[in-house]
Design a protein around this ligand. Structure first.
Ligand code: COA
Length: 197
């Protein structure tokens, strides 16, 4: 399955959209998101290698989404962080988290599809993730280590994956993934309007 075909609404995501909305995140959401991440990943989440790439940098604002219930409760969050691969800009998907009582309903998949669609529309070329390959392979993510990409710390190699948002974007891109330079949070352009699922 290609990324584009996955990004189209499935019957499951269409049903979900009647109950939940995926909307751009505001800064007011951030304490709620931190609390959700602590509960879903554990407070030690910040010791993971991916957090070294996020330290001191804001997420890509135009790629920060939350899912909210009809009552306006925050149910899930997805953000992307800017990184570089030997100087070339890329984005790092995550953290992705869904409130435990709403897990397994397709919300995570709907958020990832919406986020990747927006990333592509905004001109990003390469997306990285550290996560379960079974969850991310349907979007087109492939193992990153065999493609010569290296993270600046320990990670289970099979969990480190890369997705071309533009065909051929991975060609010639090898080496160390690093924190994006301060002040340059993204290469992608701002959306002309908010992109929601
Ligand atoms: C992982 C998570 C984001 C998935 O979101 P979700 O809304 O519960 O998942 P969805 O309903 O979209 O997808 C459900 C499918 O994903 C699978 N799945 C759920 N969590 C998974 C995981 N950690 N690894 C692999 N597959 C997973 C389910 O088995 C289910 O598969 P099926 O459709 O074949 O039965 C969510 O469970 C969560 O927040 N977990 C805690 C935080 C976390 O581990 N995040 C990992 C991000 S890398």
């Amino acid at each position: 399955m290609t990324f584009d075909s996955f990004a189209k609404p499935t019957p499951q995501t269409t049903d979900l959209q009647a109950t939940f909305r995926i909307v751009p995140q505001t800064t007011a959401c951030e304490p709620l998101i931190d609390d959700l991440l602590d509960r879903t990943f554990g407070a030690e989440r910040q010791e993971k290698t991916v957090y070294r790439l996020r330290e001191g940098l804001p997420a890509v604002e135009s790629l920060s989404f939350v899912a909210v219930s009809e009552d306006g409760d925050l149910i899930a969050s997805l953000r992307f962080w800017p990184v570089t691969i030997t100087g070339r800009p890329a984005i790092l998907l995550g953290p992705l988290a869904v409130e435990p009582k709403h897990q397994g309903l397709g919300m995570g998949r709907a958020l990832v599809a919406a986020g990747l669609k927006a990333a592509k529309q905004q001109g990003h070329q390469l997306c990285l993730v550290v996560g379960d390959p079974a969850y991310y392979a349907p979007y087109g993510f492939i193992p990153a280590c065999p493609n010569g990409l290296i993270l600046p710390g320990p990670v289970a190699p099979e969990r480190f994956q890369v997705l071309e948002l533009v065909a051929g974007a991975i060609e010639g891109v090898r080496g160390l993934v690093e924190r994006a330079p301060e002040g340059r949070t993204t290469e992608g352009r701002k959306p002309e309007r908010s992109v929601v699922a």
